[in-house]
Design a protein around this ligand. Structure first.
Ligand SMILES: *Cc1c(COP(=O)(O)O)cnc(C)c1O
Length: 477
């Protein structure tokens, strides 16, 4: 083991040096073609390699080409910098290497605790066993929607686990156009059919229009269909909009619909008193999916599914063959009875470390800093005659575009479609793009409390410089 100890120390130094150096590097750069090819074509080694050499390869061939999301000027998608405490925890978790399926070992009990912590952080009710860590919100959504689907079938006197979908009338789900694609994927995977996922209009603020939802539900009922699910968002991925939960929950209650909230990106925003008000009623959802690997900075992967009724989830997934019997499992049984995974990674240690390192107060301060930065960026955008803010800044996402005076809508769209990559290639800041109501836009997602106001100023400057470069290039060609 002395080899291991030496290599482990070298790795610790390497990781610390790497994290120290991140802010002084380019945010992202395209990989050197030869380096890329070397990775792609790496031959299967016949003979082993010593640990020190492996560490050296990691240092020289892998770590120089990061995605960029550890950098304070990375504003792309919803990818955060890793919490240092979480980074340390991953090594210890791997050393223990349990399967957190169930049993009487620390990882399993810690997962029960951190799931409760997550529920407490966002103010969601937490019955014993009412949640599970997942690979991300995509998987958490599959779990929650399965529970919702099976409950709807049971209410029709149908045992979905035994009989499948055959014989059921179409079950109808409702979401807005701004809802994340993982919802449609889950609906398709669960055999419900994407044509039965209704797109409900949003209001001018990007929030689900409850009156339109009520009308759609009534129309579907009149047509003999079975409405069963509404998906609301606690922070849409495009603009960070938070739906008005109380009226939606009122309707779901009156109509007997399952209310699922996608809080992957934004649920933790409720920790900032400045914006907490807009989350009122989130705690009335039947299920909430959220991602500790986003705003909390828990190293990927870590999502979480929270449910109001433990049995809804367990009833959908519990299946205990004889070789997995555990008389001592206790009332809640095994985690593998609450989801698809049997052998499960030790995710809870990095969640525990991340939350314990900052405390609730530290996390809340970081979140508040991010929303403050986002509002500041919104002001910079509004103050710039060549930039246009496309949605009010509600959480920590800023949706905007570059709009030079006199440019046609088509030219503006074309320019904004090319802008994200042009900005990224300059290496100084990283933003991504998306479509909003059919218009090309840039979106900056603020997840890193180490970002400064100067970084935001640079973002605006870089967008302008990249746009000038594109315009010049076009004029010359
Ligand atoms: C990231 C995201 C998802 C998907 O979550 P994964 O962890 O990537 O599986 C769903 N909804 C929203 C709003 C997101 O930001």
């Amino acid at each position: 083991m002395s080899d291991f100890r030496t290599a482990a120390r070298a790795t610790a130094d390497l990781v610390a040096d790497y994290l120290d150096a991140v802010p002084d590097r380019p945010v992202w750069q395209p990989m050197d073609p030869a380096e890329r090819e070397a990775l792609l074509a790496a031959p299967l080694p016949e003979l082993g390699t010593a640990l020190p050499e492996l560490v050296e390869t990691i240092e020289q061939r892998i770590m120089p080409a990061p995605m960029g999301n550890g950098h304070p000027r990375f504003f792309g998608w919803v990818n955060s910098a890793p919490a240092p405490a979480g980074v340390l925890a991953t090594l210890a978790a791997a050393a223990m290497n349990p399967s957190s399926a169930g049993g009487d070992h620390a990882d399993v009990h810690l997962e029960r605790a951190v799931v409760r912590w997550i529920a407490e952080l966002v103010g969601f009710p937490h019955p014993a066993g009412g949640g599970i860590l997942t690979s991300g919100t995509s998987m958490a959504t599959i779990l929650c929607l399965t529970a919702a689907r099976n409950r709807a079938a049971a209410r029709l006197g149908h045992d979905l686990r035994a009989d499948g979908l055959t014989g059921l009338p179409p079950l109808i789900a409702y979401a807005t156009a701004e809802t994340h694609s993982c919802v449609r994927k889950a609906v398709e995977l669960l055999g419900l059919g994407s044509r039965h996922l209704r797109t409900v209009p949003s209001d001018a603020d990007g929030r689900l229009d409850t009156a339109a939802l009520a009308t759609a539900v009534a129309e579907d009922r009149a047509a003999g269909l079975v409405p069963f699910l509404v998906v609301a968002s606690a922070g849409t991925v495009g603009t960070g909009a938070v739906d008005a939960f109380h009226p939606i929950a009122d309707l779901c209650e009156a109509e007997g619909l399952w209310l699922h909230v996608d809080g992957a990106y934004g649920a933790f925003g409720v920790l900032d008193p400045a914006i907490a008000g807009q989350y009122a009623g989130m705690d009335r959802a039947d299920s909430l999916a959220l991602d500790p690997h986003k705003w909390l900075g828990v190293p990927v992967d870590c999502g979480c599914a929270l449910v109001r009724e433990t049995e809804a989830l367990r009833g959908a997934f519990s299946l205990v063959p004889s070789y997995l019997r555990d008389e001592a499992a206790g009332e809640l049984g095994w985690f593998s009875e609450y989801g698809m995974e049997q052998t499960r990674p030790f995710r809870s240690l990095k969640v525990w470390a991340t939350i314990a390192h900052r405390g609730r107060a530290g996390i809340a301060a970081d979140i508040a800093r991010c929303t403050e930065l986002a509002r500041h960026l919104g002001e910079l955008v509004e103050a710039d005659p060549e930039l246009e803010l496309l949605a009010p800044v509600r959480t920590s996402i800023v949706a905007f575009r570059y709009r030079p005076a006199g440019a046609s809508p088509e030219a503006t769209d074309e320019l904004n479609r090319e802008l994200p990559v042009a900005v990224q290639r300059r290496g100084n800041v990283f933003v991504t793009g998306a479509l909003l109501d059919g218009r090309e836009m840039l979106r900056a997602c603020l997840l890193n409390a180490a970002t400064t106001e100067a970084d935001l100023k640079l973002l605006v400057d870089e967008v302008r410089l990249a746009a000038a470069g594109l315009t010049r290039h076009r004029a010359e060609s």
